[in-house]
Write a protein that binds this ligand. Sequence first.
Ligand code: ZN
Length: 471
Amino acid sequence: MKKLVGILFVITLFFSCKNEETITYDLVIENGNVIDIVSGNINKQTIFITEGRIVKLSDEGDNKPFESEITLDGTDKYILPGFWDNHVHFRGGDSLIQANKDFLKLFIMNGITTVRDAGGDLTSSVMDWKQQIDDKALVGPTIFSSGPKIDGKNATWAGSLVVEKEEDIAVALDSLEAINVDFVKLYDSRISGELYLKTIQEATKRGMITSGHMPFTVELDEALYAGIGAIEHLYYVLKGCSTEEKEITEAIKNREYGFWSSMEKLIATYEDSTAQNTFSSLKEHNTYVVPTLHIGNVLSYLDEVNHENDTYLKLMPSGIVKTYEGRIRSSYNSSEEARQNRKELNTFFKSLEKSLSDAEVKLLAGSDSGAFNSYTYPGISLHKELEVMANTGISNLKALQNSAYNGAHFLKKESDYGTVEVGKISDLIILNSNPLNNIKNTRDINFVIKGNEVFNPEIMAMNIDCPDCIK
Ligand SMILES: [Zn+2]
């Protein structure tokens, strides 16, 4: 009997070893410095990936044998979740569909494995690309899209859904639900304050996530109470930090002030205790803020900075470059005083962003890249956004959290994305140098992992095919 037990033990051992030996992974990244995006701790680990998910993480010293289709050496590399650009646009009309589609590669080349598309006029193409990317039939980032924006009649942006009376709200939201959007984006060019708030309430009631600009006839607290999920850009947060928000809102309603002309007054009446109350309110409502300061830098200095030699300009099709003209013209047509005010506002926003972050308001790193947003190129602009964040004094770790980690939480996708953990989708970035030491190291990319696929940015850059580019 003793002998039999012994034999069984050996057989069991043999089979368990055999089982372990025969596990074949799709992709293994050995001995990398894995950055814990929550704590900032760095752990030397090997990442095992199968069918586009992390199935095992082993610490240094765990030398169990394995087989793998692809094995990458992570020695001296830094690994973190693939970047999220939490504010991009695909737009510009049918003639720019291919140009927008070509942006997809630029995102991957820059380590951006997910984008949040904040509305445009190419929804059916975007939804088609989204599916093809999910099916691995097209190279590009995972797209979470709002579909068309919601606005009023004669809206600024083409393709917007019109809400000009209460009944339009249900129609608009029904149509967005029908195409399975990931969130609802509200714009402020024409929609009335009242209908804007009702739309947020109704979308929230339906369990839809919302984000948006805010008509200046609305007070920030009203949007927060209505349930807005994220405030895009800092103008609207600034409004809530003024001791005279009520008076300024009244003046806007009476057309004594306009959007831009109220900015100076808002800065002059910014008060720290009011701001802190607003920050508490943002936190209480779990409302995210998307500062988009890189584009702020670019647009505020269009009159001073010559972009002709931008490396990325050479990758933009001429149709896209043509869309840059509107903002350039409007900068040159502005008075010297208006240009100066814009620069001051831009500088003020940097300190506001730091204060928001210090107060633990959740921020989202988003570039606002896309057609019409002059010289704010898809891909690289997210890295510039992270750099601007770090330059305000926000720690590199927090800046990095504002990309994939907060992005995933905002869209309630955190069970799949945002950290390097077993069970998560294996969208990863392998960097040659540590981004916690220098935020510019986010651009020092070794490999981009999207599910099971491995992309080498250097090779991708060499193969960018853009016959229509200016060169
Ligand atoms: Zn935008």
